[in-house]
Design a protein. Structure first.
Length: 202
């Protein structure tokens, strides 16, 4: 009889630039990709983990990507009062191999993508949009992921790039600054056609 020894689940927390969001990092792959649950209804449908976290009165948003979960809290709670409860809950949940995100979520994302792509960029504009997407993918996403969040290209219209901020970046006071000074500055330098970068609120 084979005895399968499971690796213990290690979990630690990391601060994010958003004081209302905390990153809970594990040594296990939780979900390949990004899953953002800012409302309970979506969590109830697609993420048993997020649904369970929303049961806590202080949880406002749950974002899952690769090996971490970013939890955003309600303003009237302090992290020192709730952090350990969330940490032990996530650790316990992962140790029991609980479902993090359901397979249906991929289908939901694809349907959202299709809705988003009703605008087709062609010719020079198509090349420009591809350049913007590549820059976001290469330079911006890794940094934002390090802070417990995500950024997605939303649209491009007459020099204005719209991006969607998720996870810790959503509603973060410093994300506006990062967006304007960092991302907008870089895109303007590398792509002269870009005049501004705006946050799209999903």
């Amino acid at each position: 009889m084979e005895s399968t020894t499971k690796n213990p689940v290690l979990l630690y927390t990391e601060r994010t630039p958003n004081p209302e969001s905390l990153k809970f990092v594990t040594n296990k792959m939780l979900f390949r990709g990004t899953a953002d649950f800012q409302e309970q209804e979506l969590a109830e449908e697609y993420s048993p983990l997020a649904k369970a976290l929303f049961e806590f009165p202080y949880v406002k948003g749950v974002y899952v990507s690769n090996n971490f979960v970013t939890v955003s809290k309600e303003l009237n709670y302090e992290w020192e009062d709730i952090m350990l409860k969330i940490k032990s809950f996530i650790k316990d949940y992962v140790e029991k191999d609980g479902v993090i995100v359901t397979e249906d979520y991929e289908v939901y994302l694809e349907s959202m993508e299709e809705e988003k792509h009703d605008k087709v960029y062609s010719g020079d504009e198509g090349e420009l949009v591809q350049k913007i997407k590549d820059l976001l993918e290469t330079y911006v996403k890794p940094a934002v992921a390090g802070d417990g969040g995500n950024i997605e290209f939303q649209s491009y219209d007459d020099g204005v790039v719209s991006v969607l901020l998720q996870g810790a970046c959503s509603g973060c006071p410093s994300s506006t600054l990062t967006l304007k000074s960092g991302i907008e500055g870089m895109l303007k330098r590398m792509i002269p056609e870009v005049k501004a970068v705006e946050a799209y609120m999903g």
